[in-house]
Design a protein around this ligand. Structure first.
Ligand code: SF4
Length: 342
């Protein structure tokens, strides 16, 4: 069998790809932490039980080794949409993470994403350089201490209230894009009471996008929880309406708020502004069809338009300095009723 991490005798330990990810496009994956170090031991962890439950930052992957691997990977100067900082464990445990981000910023001209559980986003070694990162993808599944302990099985020092306070400290500082990835588990965080708590937390964190996932956990049969298409749609609608944040399922099933075509249009607009004609050309459809695709996104406030020389142009909201007035208003509103079965 061919070892994809080995090229001409050189073994890539930390850098993988480039590969295509639906949400981010063409990505170079950089694993800055190894040996399964993480402050959590999530019930759904694809790495299996956490071997090293730790909250102490240190240098895991050597920065020189990462640079060497990137130079070998990118010698053909591929176009990348994102460099994704992640790990076989929690990447914010790397004490030099923001220096790594700075090096990528200077030498690899693509945006930088961080995939994190958020446990150390408030720590000084992250907070001081966090705005070098263009997009933080934050796992956010727990809405109180009971769900925090049950889903994450965290380091004994960790409690939900402190975690939430720390995330708000990070949110005050971070000016770029925040995506929340929420894994819903029936009878754990998927109950009417906890869904309302989730909506309140989302209002506080003001993310740019919420991605919901649900489904059986192969590693954890006790948590199996199928959910119908109608219920998935109702969930998406509830979170979108209660928080004002664009919400969808993190897969292509028909419960998603966006059709695959709308997702495609949204993904193009995430990269840059497009005129109606250019967008139609990229989506291989007519301008009338493109307008119809974009109408719900405009209504939801997810995208905006302006007219330049009689041509409509579409772009994403670049209001990174949250909370905006819209979010302020939504925060003060009553939460909608949950009128569907969970
Ligand atoms: S935060 Fe990520 S790496 Fe850590 S236990 Fe959970 S799923 Fe695994």
């Amino acid at each position: 069998m061919v070892d994809r991490n080995k090229t001409l005798g050189f073994r890539f330990r930390h850098v993988k790809g480039p590969l295509f990810a639906r949400q981010l496009g063409q990505c170079l994956i950089v694993e800055v932490v190894d040996e399964n170090h993480c402050p959590y031991d999530c019930v759904y962890c694809p790495l299996g039980p956490t071997r090293n439950k730790s909250m102490t930052p240190r240098e895991f992957a050597a920065i020189d080794q990462i640079k060497e691997e990137v130079k070998r990977k990118l010698h053909f100067k591929q176009q990348l949409d994102f460099v994704v900082l992640t790990g076989q464990g929690e990447p914010t445990l790397h004490q030099g993470l923001t220096n790594i981000a700075a090096w990528f910023e200077a030498h690899v001209h693509s945006r930088i994403a961080l995939v994190t559980n958020g446990a150390l986003l408030h720590a000084p070694h992250i907070l001081h350089g966090v705005n070098r990162i263009d997009q933080v993808q934050l796992s956010f599944d727990a809405v109180d201490d009971e769900t925090f302990q049950k889903i994450y099985r965290p380091h004994p020092e960790m409690r939900f209230d402190a975690h939430m306070r720390n995330l708000l400290v990070f949110r005050e500082t971070f000016r770029h894009r925040l995506w929340l990835q929420v894994f819903l588990i029936r009878r754990v965080n998927l109950t009417p009471e906890r869904l309302q708590k989730l909506a309140r937390c989302i209002r506080q964190l003001c993310p740019d996008h919420v991605l919901l996932s649900i489904g059986p956990l192969p590693a954890c049969p006790d948590y199996r929880n199928g959910i119908s298409t109608e219920d998935r749609k109702a969930l998406v609608r509830y979170i979108s309406e209660a928080t004002g944040v664009l919400t969808e399922f993190d897969d292509l099933h028909d419960g998603a708020l966006l059709s695959p075509r709308q997702r495609e249009a949204f993904a193009l607009l995430e990269r840059r502004e497009f005129s109606l004609h250019m967008l139609a050309q990229n989506l291989s459809c007519t301008t009338a069809e493109t307008r119809a695709l974009l109408a719900p996104l405009l209504d939801a406030g997810a995208i905006h338009s302006r007219t330049v020389q009689n041509e409509p142009y579409y772009y994403l909201c670049h209001d990174w300095c949250r909370p905006s007035l819209k979010y302020q208003r939504i925060r003060e509103e009553e939460l909608p009723e949950i009128d569907f079965k969970l």
